[in-house]
Design a protein around this ligand. Structure first.
Ligand SMILES: Cc1ncc(COP(=O)(O)O)c(C=O)c1O
Length: 443
């Protein structure tokens, strides 16, 4: 048996109960037993029984430092006491009234206080639905049907928003262009066919694994206004993770529509679409015939999520959790880059705010600022050829008690301490050394 197989055997030996549940899961769930594409993993991701703060534990008693953090929703960590208290209190009062309630109003008012551009707010069970509504409203508002998006930017999985690589989606009305190319953007917008331009805040994938140039973004509203297209900024990841006012408050832009999700629900499923009042006019009953939009949704603004959302937003409004989490991510990037350098490994940690990304491959000679991407050719940051290497790294990290997303994305909460990060760095160093020794990573 070669070294590569033996680590998989060790991994499985330490997760026998997870293996049994994985077999059961494979019989019911079509995607190799997983319920989300990011949870598909060879041999399987652990089956988690409980979580607390920044840790989670699996069925076999293995403990992990968590950098998945609910796909980025848990800036406040697992089971924050304020959120637990709010949910416990609400659960005894009812979880789904199917009626108006005060919590939904309080929650929306808090969102508006944090994001002044959120003059009107719609609430959804997830970010995907918020983006779907953005498409619908933009079409009615502009009288156009086409959607413009940037390559690799993720907005969900519905028809207009899914990756063009997916099958079964109808994207006749969608054009996808490279980000950071102002000339190309103007060329498309000037056709005056687009209802809406979508942009993922920070850049493509989870706050900017492929970062977008803020100067490029600052030019967008002038162009969209000039050619009559609405600009929807997708802050589902960054909204209230980056700052109380979202990424838009950091770079100083005001989109027509903003979608929110993840952090705003404090760990319960949530989404919101916010923006200028006139765009939401079609929701008013008795409006202009042919310009009416209906909004259904059993779970919209359900009291349990609203209670958790209020507790979360009260904490996020201070800006303190965001600052603390960003400092922790910066520490991981700095110290992680020292490890890569010492080991002679081509690659770099980079990123802004409270998410750190690992790139493996040759770094540009002038790379010195880890808040910026380490390569000029941004396509290299998501080179599909590196996926097996990141999978392998994730396997080694899970074995050493560190759980992250797709092997390369570290999502922080404000509860990660220097001690936790040192432990992570130790695991990372050990994992990389092992990969060099087994030949699955080249120096
Ligand atoms: C930028 C972005 N937009 C939208 C979504 C979809 O949000 P949800 O998973 O809540 O439907 C995601 C999910 O990861 C996302 O990262």
């Amino acid at each position: 048996m070669n070294g590569q197989d033996s680590i998989i055997e060790q991994y499985k030996a330490q997760r026998r109960q997870s293996a049994q549940w994985h077999e059961r899961a494979r019989k019911v769930f079509p995607s190799e037993g997983a319920t989300h594409f990011a949870r598909i993993f060879n041999p399987y991701r652990p089956y988690i029984t409980h979580a607390s703060g920044i840790n989670k534990w699996d069925l076999d008693g293995n403990k992990y430092i968590d950098y998945v953090l609910g796909h980025g929703a848990l800036l406040l960590g697992h089971n924050h006491e304020d959120i637990v208290e709010a949910v416990q209190e609400q659960i005894t009062r009812g979880v789904l009234y199917g009626e108006n309630h005060t919590l939904e109003v309080e929650w929306a008012e808090l969102i508006r206080e944090m994001m002044p551009g959120a003059e009107k707010i719609m609430l959804f069970p997830c970010g995907n639905e918020a983006n779907m509504m953005a498409v619908r409203l933009a079409r009615v508002h502009t009288g156009r049907s086409k959607v413009l998006r940037f390559e690799k930017h993720y907005h969900g999985w519905s028809d207009e928003l899914a990756s063009p690589a997916e099958s079964g989606v109808n994207q006749n009305q969608v054009t996808i262009i490279p980000q950071n190319d102002l000339e190309r953007l103007e060329e498309e917008l000037s056709s005056e066919q687009y209802a809406v331009l979508f942009t993922e805040a920070g850049g493509a994938f989870l706050g900017g694994r492929t970062p977008i140039d803020p100067d490029f973004v600052r030019q967008i509203p002038t162009l969209t206004r000039k050619y009559g297209t609405l600009w929807a900024l997708d802050e589902v990841v960054t909204g209230f993770r980056v700052a109380p006012g979202g990424w838009q408050s950091v770079i100083g832009v005001k989109p027509d529509l903003t979608s929110l999700g993840k952090c705003i629900g404090g760990g319960l499923s949530a989404g919101a679409l916010v923006g200028r009042p006139e765009i939401f006019e079609p929701l008013k009953p008795g409006g202009v015939p042919g310009r009416q939009v209906m909004h259904g949704g059993t779970w919209n603004a359900n009291p349990l999520t609203a209670a958790a959302g209020i507790a979360a937003c009260k904490l996020l409004k201070t800006g303190e959790p965001q600052k603390k989490a960003a400092e922790s991510a910066a520490y991981l990037r700095r110290e992680g880059n020292k490890i890569l350098k010492t080991k002679g490994i081509n690659g770099a940690f980079y990123g802004k705010s409270s998410i750190a990304y690992l790139y493996l491959g040759p770094v540009d000679s002038d790379f010195s600022d880890d808040t910026l991407p380490p390569v000029k050719d941004l396509d290299k940051l998501t080179d599909p050829a590196m996926m097996p290497v990141f999978n392998r790294l994730l396997l080694h990290l899970l074995q050493r008690g560190v759980s992250n997303l797709i092997g390369s994305v570290y999502i922080f909460s404000y509860l990660h301490t220097e001690k936790d990060i040192d432990q992570t760095l130790h695991a990372l160093k050990d994992a990389l050394e092992t990969m060099l020794a087994e030949g699955t990573l080249k120096s």
